[in-house]
Design a protein. Structure first.
Length: 280
C-alpha cells in the first residue's frame, strides 16, 4: 500500500488564492478529486491525506465533503481558529467527523514569534484530548521557534510538513540541517518527505540536488517517523506527480522492505489513525 500523505484540493478564485502568483499561473484552476484520482493511478498510490490550503472553516468542510465522497481520501488536515476564544466550541463540532485527523495553520506566512503566543498554545492544548494531529508548516528559519513550540506540548503529536522548507535553490543546507536535527530529537514529531522540488530550482533540480536533504531526514527521523507526500498540485510547477514518486522510489530503493513500507504508508497510517485496509 502507498499513501500520499500530503496533497491539496481547491476550487480556484483569485481572491482566496492570492499566493498563486504569475510564476505559478498553471495552478490558477480547479483541482478536484477527479484530477487527483488520475494522478494517483499514474503513480500507484492507494490512499491520500488532504491538507488545507485556505484558512477558513469553509475549507475544512469542503475537504471533509471531498473525503466523504472519495474513499481514497482517508483523512483531512483542516483549519480552525486555534487562537480564537471560540476554538473549543468549534473543535467540539469538528471532532465528531471521523475523517478529520488534524489541523494546520500557515505559520510560514506569520510574523516571527507566532508559535510563542499564549493564545495559540492554549488552542493547541485542546488537540490531544480530541485525538487530533497538528501539522507544522514553517520555513527553515522558523525551526528554532518550532522547537520551543513543540517543547511546550510534549504529549501532542506533531507532523513537520515539507521537511521545514529548506532553501534548496540557494544551497543553504547548513542553516537548515542543525535545527532540523534538533527538532527530530522530539519523539512526538514526525516528518513529511514532500515539498522539496518547489524549494529547489524548478527547472534544473535532479535527485542529486535533493539527496543531502533526504539523507539527513532519514538519519534524523528514521523511517519510523517519516511519511511520503506529494504536495500536489503545488509540486506541478516543478515536477509531474509521477516523476516525484519515481524520484522518491529511487531514494527508497536501498532501504529494507520494512523501512520502505513505513515511509510509504505505515507511518502515515499510525500517526493519522487511518484504516489499515486499502480503500475499495
Amino acid at each position: 500500500m502507498r499513501i500520499d500523505a500530503h496533497h491539496h484540493l481547491w476550487r480556484y478564485t483569485p481572491e482566496e488564492f492570492g499566493w498563486i502568483d504569475d510564476s505559478m499561473a498553471a495552478l490558477r484552476r480547479d483541482f478536484l478529486p477527479t484530477d487527483l484520482k488520475r494522478e494517483m493511478q499514474s503513480a500507484n498510490i492507494d490512499a491520500t491525506i488532504a491538507v488545507q490550503a485556505r484558512q477558513t472553516l469553509e475549507e475544512t468542510r469542503f475537504l471533509l465533503d471531498c473525503a466523504k465522497q472519495t474513499p481514497a481520501i482517508q483523512a483531512v488536515v483542516g483549519w480552525a481558529p486555534i487562537a480564537d476564544p471560540t476554538f473549543p466550541t468549534t473543535l467540539e463540532t469538528l471532532q465528531h467527523n471521523p475523517l478529520l485527523k488534524g489541523l494546520r495553520h500557515v505559520v510560514q506566512a506569520e510574523p516571527d514569534g507566532f508559535l510563542d503566543a499564549d493564545s495559540f498554545n492554549r488552542g493547541i492544548s485542546a488537540l490531544r484530548p480530541a485525538n487530533l494531529v497538528y501539522d507544522i508548516l514553517i520555513f527553515a528559519r522558523q525551526l528554532p521557534e518550532a522547537i520551543r513550540f513543540v517543547d511546550r506540548h510534549p504529549s501532542q503529536q506533531f507532523v513537520l510538513d515539507h521537511i521545514a522548507k529548506p532553501e534548496i535553490a540557494d544551497n543553504n543546507f547548513a542553516a537548515w540541517a542543525t535545527p532540523f536535527r534538533e527538532l527530530a530529537r522530539r519523539e512526538n514529531v514526525s516528518c513529511k518527505l514532500s515539498g522539496m522540488v518547489t524549494e529547489a530550482n524548478w527547472q534544473t533540480w535532479t535527485p542529486t540536488t535533493l539527496q543531502p536533504y533526504i539523507d539527513t531526514a532519514l538519519e534524523a527521523f528514521t523511517p519510523a517517523r517519516l511519511m511520503a507526500g506529494s504536495d500536489w498540485p503545488v509540486l506541478t510547477v516543478a515536477s509531474t506527480y509521477q516523476r516525484w514518486w519515481q524520484t522518491l522510489d529511487t531514494f527508497l530503493a536501498p532501504l529494507t522492505p520494512t523501512d520502505r513500507a513505513a515511509i510509504e504508508a505505515q507511518t502515515a497510517a499510525r500517526i493519522y489513525h487511518l484504516p489499515t485496509k486499502e480503500p475499495a
